[in-house]
Design a protein around this ligand. Structure first.
Ligand SMILES: [Zn+2]
Length: 73
């Protein structure tokens, strides 16, 4: 349960799945410009978040989606 977000990091070329409230999620929204990440969401279903991540991945050569080691979505 919870609310899920997909972090699309341009600098690291990776996709990460987070739960809203994760420290990285909170930092990301504050420092989006610095880190150049794009956030997709919110998703109320975990599978929807992974489905979107898989879709984004097909658009480019990103790695992931990875489950965030901090919030463990
Ligand atoms: Zn997280």
């Amino acid at each position: 349960m919870g609310v899920f977000w997909v972090q699309e990091s341009f600098t690291r070329s990776a996709l990460w799945i987070h739960v809203a409230g994760c420290p990285r999620f909170n930092e990301g929204h504050v420092s989006n410009i610095i880190h150049g990440a794009r956030w997709h969401g919110p998703f109320h279903d975990r599978d929807d978040a992974y489905e979107l991540a898989a879709y984004v991945k097909r658009q480019g050569a990103l790695s992931g989606p990875h489950s965030c080691p901090i919030c463990r979505p």
